[in-house]
Design a protein around this ligand. Structure first.
Ligand code: GLC
Length: 566
């Protein structure tokens, strides 16, 4: 059977075949010299994205915002942040992307708004229907209404002097949670969603979407959990109904893609959102595979982080491949604007910078599921070094450090410095490194966040000049994925399950088989896999020129990643 015939039998979708590129606008490209990336800056780089070969751009929030959480605190859903430009700039960007057959998905932040949103302003004045748009509770200013804590550290409640009540915020105090139980809230949100869909966008990444429904009465959470209250606000009682309603009343009428961001979500819980006729989500960002280097109390554990185990990682990824991507679909990613740089986390950003970055690229682009590339990963950007808390902008990092100090778990920043230098969200937010010129070609003035020191060596200009660059490898892998339906729609099966150095898998579609062998280590090794015949294998792509066509007769070099057609 030809691949073409086979494809008639699988559920093909444009978003399954797409490679997504995530842009953090503040850090991408500054066109007007104020040190802050902006929308015209992105438009200048549309040709760059086209050349790389990506199909979809996911734009982190560009809406009007006072920037307590870099745009994830929205003041006006229908306006553009001044620093980023005007609506006309956004329209130009959309037109330019569409002109090159690329699509645009927007960040949809609907669990909360900014405190400066007019809904909150009216709500705190108990103004008409807005009175009940947020979670307000009575109480004395010294005792929060329940024991939930904020994901950014400290209590999830702030006392509002004006309304003389507490309001709930799962994130920063400037991000009050919307009360989805109130159907007026849902109507307003749906209207806004349709407004954006009518502007011709191609989908949404839905922020913190598993948190929109809370247990009625907001009861105390188990005090022993790291995130106290989680069991009452994650996957709450009406979550599927709300998402279904949003889908039926808005998304169903448009050919768009949706990806829901769901922290603290198991693989089984994820599956519940994907089942046929599920909640209108095409795929989910769940983070199970990213727990492998966490300490016992999650990502901000002071000790016990850093070591990760390939066998554990393979086991989790394989469950995601089989139970999510295999059955429905999955979002394949290792990094984003909330996470450390993938190369520093999963590769060796010193001794095997180029090799391990290419290995990670090979991994991301040969799995089943839609791959997401975060800006800068295509040139091997690495974690930065933060010497003091003053160099950090991210409210999550500062909030957590303040909490550790307040709880007496650390006495000074120095005791948390290693953790911050491993974990801070600002690692992925340092400006994009375009060239070795002043300010890495990102801006003509002082950048809003310190550049990574290595920008003179690691930058787009030098990557484009080098035929063997990480960038080039990403491009070739993207081209390969576009050319090979088996890499998109083929089944996945893991080989050498217990091997602690090699992550190898096969992708199979009808009589097409592609074998991916990744030596995820800095030591040589061999591929001893009696169950498959590799004698007539051909190399499709490798990060080492000196590879050989039969993987079983080859000594894999550190971080070697080779893809074969069998
Ligand atoms: C999501 C975003 C993150 C933001 C948070 C609150 O996790 O990815 O950047 O801080 O939601 O909106």
């Amino acid at each position: 059977m030809s691949q073409h015939t086979v494809l008639e039998q699988v559920d093909t979708e444009w978003w399954k075949e797409a490679v997504v590129y995530q842009i953090y606008p503040r850090s991408f490209n500054d066109s007007d010299g104020d040190g802050i990336g902006d929308i015209p800056g992105i438009t200048e780089k549309v040709g760059y994205l086209d050349k790389l070969g990506v199909d979809v751009v996911w734009l982190c929030p560009i809406y009007d915002s006072p920037n307590a959480d870099n745009g994830y605190d929205i003041r006006n859903y229908r306006a553009i942040m001044d620093e980023f430009g005007a609506m006309a700039d956004w329209e130009t960007l959309l037109t330019e992307l569409h002109a090159r057959d690329m699509r645009l998905i927007m960040d949809l932040v609907i669990n909360h708004t900014s405190k400066e949103h007019v809904w909150f302003q009216q709500s705190r004045q108990r103004d008409g229907k807005y009175e009940d748009y947020y979670y307000w509770r009575d109480g004395t200013p010294d005792t929060p209404p329940n024991n939930w804590n904020s994901i950014f550290g400290g209590p999830a409640w702030t006392y509002d002097e004006e309304r003389e009540q507490w309001y709930l915020h799962l994130f920063d105090e400037n991000q009050p949670d919307l009360k989805w139980r109130n159907s007026d809230v849902r109507e307003d949100i749906k209207e806004m969603i349709t407004w954006w869909l009518e502007k011709g966008i191609d989908g949404f990444r839905m922020d913190a979407i598993n948190f929109i429904s809370k247990t009625k009465g907001l009861p105390d959470g188990d005090p022993d959990r790291t995130l106290v209250g989680l069991e009452h606000y994650s996957h709450g009682p009406h979550i599927h109904t709300y998402l279904q309603e949003v889908y039926d009343d808005t998304l169903a009428d448009y050919d768009v893609m949706t990806v829901g961001e769901m922290g603290e979500t198991s693989i089984d819980q994820t599956a519940e959102y994907l089942v046929e006729g599920g909640s209108g989500l095409d795929m989910v960002f769940q983070f199970n595979h990213l727990t492998v280097d966490e300490g016992p109390d999650g990502q901000w554990t002071l000790d016990g982080w850093d070591e990760w185990d390939l066998s554990e990682f393979k086991a989790i990824m394989t469950r995601c491949q089989n139970e999510l991507a295999g059955e429905w679909w999955d979002a394949v990613f290792l990094g984003n604007h909330d996470l450390p740089r993938i190369l520093s986390r999963f590769g060796d950003d010193e001794s095997y910078h180029r090799e391990s970055a290419k290995l990670i690229a090979t991994f991301l682009l040969t799995l089943r599921g839609t791959p997401y590339i975060y800006q800068g990963d295509e040139i091997g950007m690495t974690n930065a070094e933060f010497e003091s808390l003053d160099e950090i902008d991210d409210p999550m990092t500062t909030g957590i450090v303040e909490m550790l100090l307040a709880e007496g778990r650390i006495e000074s920043y120095d005791e948390a410095a290693d953790l911050v230098n491993y974990r801070s969200r600002d690692h992925s937010r340092t400006p994009m490194q375009w060239s070795s010129e002043a300010n890495a070609g990102f801006t003509d003035s002082e950048p809003w966040l310190k550049l990574n020191r290595n920008c003179t060596d690691i930058n787009v200009a030098s990557a484009l000049d080098d035929t063997n660059s990480i960038w080039q490898h990403y491009k070739e892998l993207i081209d390969l994925r576009h050319a090979e339906d088996v890499l998109v729609y083929g089944e996945y099966d893991l080989l050498l399950t217990d091997n602690e150095q090699i992550y190898a898998y096969r992708r199979t579609l009808s009589d097409e088989t592609i074998l991916i062998v990744l030596n995820w280590s800095d030591r040589h090794t061999t591929f001893d896999c009696p169950s498959i015949n590799t004698s007539s294998a051909d190399v499709l792509i490798s990060n080492y020129e000196s590879t050989s066509s039969d993987p079983k007769r080859h000594k894999f070099q550190p971080y070697e990643a080779t893809v074969y057609r069998l």
